[in-house]
Design a protein around this ligand. Sequence first.
Ligand code: BES
Ligand code: ZN
Length: 455
Amino acid sequence: MENVINYIKNNFDNYLEELKEYLKIPSISTLDNHKNEMQNCAEFVANKFKNAGLENIKIFQTNRHPIVYADWLHKPDKPTVLIYGHYDVQPVDPIELWKSNPFEPVIIDNKIYARGANDNKGQNFVHIKSVEAFIKSYGELPVNVKFLFEGEEEIGSGSLSKFLKENRELLKCDTLVVSDTSMYAPNTPTITYGLRGLLYMEIEVTAADRDLHSGSFGGAVANPINELAKIISKLQDKNGKVTVPNFYKDVLPISKFEKENFKKLKFSDKQFAKQLKVKELNGEKGFSTLERLWVRPTLDCNGIIGGFTEKGAKTVLPSKAVAKVSMRLVPNQEPLKIAKEFSKYIKSISPKSVKVDVRMLHYGYPAMTSIENKSIKTAAIALEKAFKKKPVFTREGGSIPIIVDFIKQLKVPAILMGFGLDTDDIHSPNEHFRLENFEKGLYSSAYFLNEMANN
Ligand code: BES
Ligand code: ZN
């Protein structure tokens, strides 16, 4: 092992330069005019797999963005680890708030700034490079590995979901490893055992078939923005509870173990509020902040479109207004069941004076892995070796919907060991990744593969 760790240390600067090249590719999956960049990024990843010493490298074309596969399978009596990552990134807007170009990575104060620096290029790169360090140091790996990187995580993993169903044999493994989550705090190795799910809906409210003069018609015809605002305001009660019928019906209660575990994490509301520059936190009454973030479902309006939004004033009754509403779901909520209840409820609280359409954009199931799992224990040993500190166990408020597909299709545990921080501004301007976490990530990945050999 020492050779591998030394190899990583000696090559750290090169790895960083290569990461910069990866970050220069604007692989924004949601933008239709970025198809070439997505293909270029898939080829970049395939190349890195090759240089690492991986074999059977394949770029699979899909209806949208390519999936990249590679493996190394020369230890028939050892377990097989499947490593998942996503090479797509979120859009960069609002671009004017970036202090440097999102696709010209810079290092300031031991942090690398670029879109994707944390989510997920910086994090998934550690696994490619730890494998490379092993193969270059010893000519072999301690276990079998398979790599599977996709380009649609930020838009719902549609192609990979289909691919998993059709390629169970190719992807057969004993455990899945993913680094796409956060550490609980700086210098705190973290294993995440739960992710929230997601249900994304759109509500469209239409009144008259065209915009109207608000003097000639205001007071006589419904205003879709006003009506939409009333609808949204009815989705939560004064205690912050979601009012959609049966919303909480399948929510698992918080276990005794979790209550204890959360206490141990010593979360500070005050510090959290300070970091976000808000006077007070807010949310469902009767639950602690960690509970509200990790084990309770939520409902949020993500955007409202409608009416006159330019500078200045215009007296208009808009014809239409749209709201984007998403819900973070927890075990054992069923996204499709909730989508039905949501649509029914919205219809039931809408006035006759407007036409209301409710659409589902996408959804993903919540995920959980038992912390009693053998691979989780192995990951804990590896993280302790890399950080020289015992890991903490957390859940995550965010979602990685494809994880559940892996668990269901391949019947394996998911080990989520992330090296980001929730202050790294993922999805936001000035996204960054701390170099110390990049380095610890490299060690953690290497130790994990080594420890898996005894699993
Ligand atoms: N890496 C994130 C998941 C995540 C979010 C981890 C927050 C840690 C903290 C992932 O890339 C992501 O952004 N997921 C989306 C999923 C959605 C687009 C289906 C999310 O949670 O919004
Ligand atoms: Zn993301």
